[in-house]
Design a protein around this ligand. Structure first.
Ligand code: SF4
Length: 211
């Protein structure tokens, strides 16, 4: 059963409750996995995607499939560096299943997005990231309220003291990268993320404030 405390004092406690959340199922939505969790490693950068895919849902770890490989390639990070740099979260945390059209995965409904925002808001409160990277149009909308991905990729924003850099979604189902102009936007955005990552506090200094 879903447990949501009135307040949280540690990420560990927050993650324990996130990991057993069934709020969307209790509201009648057909989820196909339990929540995907980010291993804690003292991260101070926050990666915010749309929703886990089928591989992530099975492993219950974020960015394990082909989209994750593409994302790491864009950012020039191996797995270790990726997972110790980024606390990986998403608009919703459970695999939503295939889209009715058969193309790609189902986009979480606005109600599911709202239900899951509780976890995001507490993560941001406890983690206080210095860098937030949104991945895809839905994550951009939920984080910054911006509706136009193309105009945002290559730009740098701020939210509550954190730098926010939007990226497109690396899913093979997205045709956004087929346009050469968009690939150029991605190069600018990925370079911005790499540059900002160099400014993020080190793992050791972050660990003491994140536990
Ligand atoms: S998507 Fe989010 S709110 Fe919905 S059941 Fe999963 S963890 Fe809970």
């Amino acid at each position: 059963m879903t447990v949501r405390k009135a307040s949280y004092r540690s990420l560990r406690s927050l993650q324990a409750d996130t990991a057993r959340c069934r709020a969307c199922v209790e509201a009648g939505f057909p989820l196909e996995s339990l929540p995907v969790r980010a291993p804690l490693a003292g991260q101070r950068a926050y990666l915010f995607g749309q929703a886990p895919g089928i591989v992530e849902g099975e492993e219950r770890r974020p960015w394990r499939g082909r989209a994750g490989q593409a994302l790491r390639r864009w950012l020039e990070l191996d797995e270790d560096a990726f997972y110790t740099s980024f606390y990986c979260a998403s608009v919703t945390r459970c695999y939503p299943g295939r889209a009715a059209s058969g193309r790609g995965d189902r986009t979480p409904t606005p109600r599911e997005q709202e239900l899951c925002e509780f976890w995001r808001d507490w993560e941001l409160e406890l983690l206080r990231p210095t860098l937030i990277v949104t991945v895809g149009g839905l994550a951009l909308r939920r984080m910054l309220g911006l509706a136009h991905l193309t105009a945002a990729v290559g730009e740098r924003y701020e939210r509550d003291g954190a730098v926010v850099v939007p990226l497109p979604h690396p899913s093979g189902a997205s045709g956004w990268l087929n346009l050469p102009a968009n690939r150029a936007r991605l190069e600018v955005a990925a370079a911005l993320v790499r540059d900002e990552l160099r400014r993020v506090p080190t793992r050791r200094s972050a660990s003491s404030s994140a536990s």
